[in-house]
Design a protein around this ligand. Structure first.
Ligand code: ACO
Length: 448
């Protein structure tokens, strides 16, 4: 099978959002902390009408309709999510309703969970299935769906919500360069959800930032050594056209790219311009630990990498800055932003992806792009994603309303025997929404 990868994509995010500038003022944070400090513009959130199940129903239905895919043609469906609702019952089983209706229950796959990494695990499973001897010739479908909400405090502005769907098969315009894959997995308590009575994670913010950067370094090292083994030459950031990162908030993405630049300086110095090499020279003898602590290094590397960041990373930042952290969907929404911004020039180009999930698991992998044939062409995917229109159609809520919504959701979390409000005017036609939860905790959804 040739060029196994992503044939089609769609994204759904709630029409409700809060502006970071307003939230900053409301929280009493210093002006610029969320917008410049974290680098975020807006944050999407689910009202009582939406959750990870409704968003995934919406995005899967939308993708199948837009690309006119017969539900019988799906042979594997994998969901990545860290927002577990029924614990033992996968979100995938919810999505089976769409396929049962067409008489298709012959669909492999369940949910994958490890913080923001679940979507990548699901994607690898689907790609591996199509490449394997158990492939039955049908499509795979990957869904990443999450609602990121945090308790009051410094992590709250790094929430977000969205669902992504990706159709998987051979001869794809977005194919995997599976030889070049670097993974780093370890045991650490940087972010986890031990309190089953609450939707909020327990998070050690500073530790999670360092873990993310350490994982990035490790994955990049493995990625580079595999590249060198197969290509017979060293990899540097000049060998990829774009870098797409899991984006909890934009500042971490800026730091991440600077970190790759610093790695190139240490391990492939000839790829780095003389001027920048001189600026980084004082940091060449730092130990690993020292390098994660050094504010000077952080500043200097961001400064020397800025020009390349604008070219190779900035096009991926639109949706993550506008929506916030979408957990499993975050990296794929960043990738969708590149398609949205650059679809007409991506043919023949390489995109390197870095997926991170706290706890922790992480992988760096590589995608090769070609224009593709309608309907599975890059330009058609960009059209179907319809990013600008979806962003423009959103409704901005005041921080008071956002906080009020989160309070209501705290009560609703794990609750039974309630109905949701009837006001659905903000939802666009075709959106699924929660109508009630009965006395047995069974959930009911309707389609607008
Ligand atoms: N103007 C401009 N910048 C400002 C301002 C201001 N007024 N005030 C602060 N800043 C800058 C800070 O200097 C800092 O930037 P720097 O790191 O480049 O110096 C940035 O804003 C954030 O400020 P901090 O004081 O570091 O923020 P705080 O510690 O309060 O919270 C954190 C940030 C830890 C990321 C928190 O939001 C959090 O815990 N988020 C959830 C965890 C997370 O997302 N981790 C990432 C990987 S794991 C995952 O994906 C879930």
């Amino acid at each position: 099978r040739k060029d196994v990868g992503i044939l089609a994509m769609d994204i759904y995010f709630p029409p409700t959002c809060v502006e970071q500038e307003a939230l900053e003022a409301y929280d009493g944070a210093s002006k610029g902390k969320y917008t410049i400090g974290l680098g975020q513009d807006c944050m999407a959130f689910c009202t009582e009408l939406e959750d990870v199940i409704s968003m995934s129903l919406t995005v899967v239905t939308s993708l199948l309709e837009k690309y006119q895919i017969d539900p019988k043609q799906i042979g594997r469906l994998e969901v990545g999510s860290e927002t577990v609702i029924d614990k033992s019952k996968s979100i995938k089983t919810w999505l089976m309703q769409i396929f049962e209706e067409y008489g298709n229950t012959d669909v492999e796959g369940v949910d994958s969970t490890n913080a923001c990494y679940g979507g990548t695990a699901a994607l690898f499973n689907c790609v591996n299935w199509v490449e394997s001897s158990s492939w039955d010739g049908r499509y795979g479908l990957v869904v990443c769906t999450d609602s990121a909400v945090y308790a009051e405090g410094p992590a709250r502005p790094t929430g977000g919500a969205a669902a992504m769907a990706m159709l998987i098969g051979p001869n794809a315009p977005i194919s995997f360069e599976s030889k070049f894959r670097g993974t780093h997995m370890t045991h650490v308590y940087d972010f986890y959800k031990p309190n089953l009575a609450s939707e909020y994670p327990v998070v050690d913010g500073k530790l999670s930032q360092t873990c993310y950067l350490m994982a990035l370094d490790s994955c990049y090292k493995h990625f580079c050594s595999k590249y060198e083994k197969f290509e017979g030459k060293k990899f540097s950031i000049f060998d990829a056209d774009y870098f797409v990162f899991h984006s909890p908030y934009n500042k971490l993405v800026q730091k991440s790219f600077a970190r790759l630049y610093y790695n190139d300086f240490l391990h492939n110095p000839s790829s780095v311009e003389k001027d920048s090499r001189e600026k980084l020279e004082p940091f060449s003898t730092l130990t690993g630990d020292e390098s994660y602590q050094s504010r000077e290094l952080e500043k200097t590397s961001q400064q020397v990498a800025k020009c390349l960041y604008d070219k190779k990373v900035q096009p991926s930042t639109l949706l993550p800055k506008q929506i916030g952290n979408m957990y499993t969907a975050s990296i794929y929404a960043a990738f969708a932003s590149v398609l949205h911004n650059k679809h007409s020039t991506l043919g023949g180009q390489r995109i390197v992806m870095f997926s991170y999930g706290s706890g922790l698991s992480s992988t760096m992998f590589s995608l090769k792009l070609r224009d593709g044939q309608h309907p599975f062409s890059l330009s058609n995917i960009a059209t179907m994603l319809n990013v600008s229109e979806k962003l423009e159609a959103r409704h901005v809520f005041l921080p008071e309303k956002f906080v009020e919504t989160l309070k209501l959701m705290e009560h609703r979390y794990g609750a039974k025997d309630f109905v949701t409000g009837k006001e659905t005017s903000l939802l666009s036609p075709g959106t699924f929404y929660l109508t009630k939860v009965d006395s047995m905790y069974r959930r009911y959804y309707a389609k607008k």
